[in-house]
Design a protein around this ligand. Structure first.
Ligand SMILES: [Mn+2]
Length: 284
């Protein structure tokens, strides 16, 4: 890995890092637009070329409402194939560190969670326009939540799908069967973000994983995704909720389904990077 392909927020060696960033260059689990495999490389290229630097030396070190300096211990280890990423995730988890995965298609979330030993009950917060809970087919980007539901100690009642707006009939049945919580964009509009956020924080387990499909955002903000759907969340809503959840504690997170070929002026890549930074900066 060349030095300019490592993100500027990488400030520690692996052994001293709490967060370990890895890109996974794979879109074999996608059946719609291909191209998310290029996202990790192009995101790094964009950050390097545009000098998007939020490290303290650049003085842009303040995040969110708390104006907290950006002080997390981070090691960016580069980009990998999906097969390589399983072993890396296993190591990250066994070393009690937190993976930050840049996708790639959404099936990578399940493929890497499989590498963790789940000793306690745990849940997921899944930001996505689609519930990805198909059960008639497995281990692809439409079955992620159903695949995850079979992992040890998974608690669907302490899990959320946020931003859903295009479920299939089969998926609505599976949501009910599993008992997973769903929050739609209209729920956020109706109840207000504070009320929604309190409900999420009340419900989560101590062990929580956060997964973001960039298509949870409205295509006006994030056109460069695999499967865009109108009537999505705003960046501020996503970041607000993610920061609250991150403050409570996460054992890892990912940002998936970026599709740079359809992006406009790299706005989706830029937003994805900022979301990653905001989550890390709020971590407890
Ligand atoms: Mn999706």
């Amino acid at each position: 890995m060349k030095k300019d392909e490592i993100l500027p927020i990488s400030n520690k060696k692996y052994k001293d890092a709490e967060f370990v960033i890895l890109g996974v260059e794979d879109d074999s689990g996608s059946t719609y637009r291909k191209g998310s495999r290029y996202a990790p490389k192009l995101l790094r290229k964009f950050i390097e070329e545009n000098k998007v630097d939020f490290t303290e030396k650049n003085k842009k070190s303040f995040f969110g409402l708390e104006n907290k300096p950006f002080k997390a211990n981070i090691c960016d280890i580069g980009n990998f194939s999906v097969e390589e990423s399983y072993k890396i995730s296993e190591k990250i988890y066994s070393n009690k560190k937190k993976p930050v995965i840049i996708g790639g298609d959404h099936s990578i979330t399940f493929k890497n969670l499989k590498s963790r030993q789940f000793e306690n009950k745990w849940g997921i917060v899944y930001f996505d326009a689609h519930p990805d809970i198909i059960s008639s087919r497995g281990v692809y980007f439409g079955s992620v939540i159903n695949d995850i539901s079979k992992l040890k100690n998974f608690n669907p009642q302490a899990s959320f799908i946020i931003g859903m707006r295009t479920p299939e009939e089969e998926e609505l049945k599976n949501i009910k069967k599993l008992g997973i919580n769903v929050i739609t964009p209209l729920d956020i509009e109706h109840y207000g973000i504070l009320k929604i956020s309190k409900k999420i924080l009340r419900t989560l387990e101590k062990d929580t994983y956060l997964s973001i499909d960039m298509d949870v955002l409205d295509p006006a903000f994030a056109p460069g995704v695999t499967e865009p759907e109108p009537i999505g969340l705003t960046p501020t809503q996503v970041v607000y909720l993610c920061k609250q959840i991150s403050k409570k504690g996460l054992f890892g997170f990912d940002v998936m389904e970026l599709c740079p070929e359809y992006d406009l002026n790299n706005v989706t890549l830029h937003l994805a990077y900022r979301i990653i930074l905001e989550i890390i900066s709020s971590s407890k």
